[in-house]
Ligand binder design. Structure first.
Ligand code: ATP
Ligand code: MG
Length: 256
């Protein structure tokens, strides 16, 4: 059975999609069977996996509202060697439609039920909000991976996210846990970042992943080539960090 993880943080632009795409490709490199689900109408994880969001006939939107099966919506990322359930702007209206549907928080769970045996990892790229879309991700997940930048406001946002995860755990999904915090876009020359990083370690202990992803322009360039960073330039520092993170995840799930 697949281990299912949401990459979530309601703050925008913190590196969720970059983490999701590179973890998926990193795990695939290590021989894992991976499905990436893009739950963001921005469709960045779709594009970053080398799939053109503008030409989709079916997407995660169709899956959520019951207009397509997994087999119909799923595509292959040749760039990353993993499967993708893609997203585009169609998903922007889904929120309103979902409200009126039965089992609205469990639409993704229900749709995927027959397919979790086909993968080792299912990774869900969440939008920057605690919306019904994110809730659909959290309701099926075993854990949440939280990418964050080591800056002052990051800690503030974190408590909102942790509280939401606790609520989902209490009311909707007893399996849900915070797997860990991943420090991304890290610049060790900035004293504040070092301080926040140390604070995270003392407060969250081994919930903070050992891998630290540095700020690295090669990771930012990769999507414009339709490639995950770890494929685009495997030797770059950012790519190496994500490959280390993928290995850390493989080790981590053995302890869950
Ligand atoms: P959103 O909330 O809009 O979905 P996000 O949390 O998914 O954003 P990303 O899209 O992954 O964040 O990253 C935001 C921007 O930062 C992108 O332009 C991305 O290329 C860049 N970026 C992400 N990680 C790094 C890094 N380690 N080094 C340099 N640039 C990065
Ligand atoms: Mg994103």
């Amino acid at each position: 059975m697949a281990r299912i993880f949401c990459i979530a943080n309601q703050k925008g632009g913190v590196g969720k999609t970059t983490t999701c795409v590179n973890l998926a490709a990193g795990l695939a490199t290590a021989g894992q069977r991976v499905l990436l689900i893009d739950l963001d109408p921005q469709g960045n994880a779709t594009m970053g996996s080398g799939i053109d969001k503008r030409t989709l006939t079916r997407s995660v939107y169709h899956l959520l509202v019951g207009l397509a099966t997994v087999a119909e919506a799923r595509l292959r990322s040749d760039a990353g060697q993993y499967d993708v359930i893609p997203a585009n702007r169609d998903l922007a209206g889904a929120e309103i439609e979902l409200v009126g549907l039965e089992r609205r928080e469990n639409r993704l769970r229900d749709a995927l039920a027959l397919h979790t045996g086909e993968y080792d990892f299912i990774l869900i790229d969440c939008p920057p909000s605690l919306s019904l879309l994110t809730l659909n991700g959290l309701c099926i997940a075993h854990g949440v991976i939280i990418p964050m930048q080591c800056e002052y406001y990051a800690l503030e946002g974190l408590s909102d996210l942790v509280n939401s995860i606790k609520k989902v755990h209490a009311n909707l999904n007893r399996d849900l846990a915070i797997i860990g915090l991943l420090r991304v876009m890290f610049d060790p020359r900035v004293t504040l970042q070092q301080q926040v990083s140390a604070q995270l370690e003392s407060h969250f202990g081994d919930k903070v992943f050992k891998a630290i992803v540095p700020r690295n322009v090669r990771l930012a360039e990769a999507p414009s080539h339709g490639l995950p960073g770890v494929v685009f330039d495997r030797s770059a520092k950012g790519a190496q960090a994500y490959l280390a993170f993928a290995n850390e995840m493989i080790e981590r799930i053995k302890t869950l």
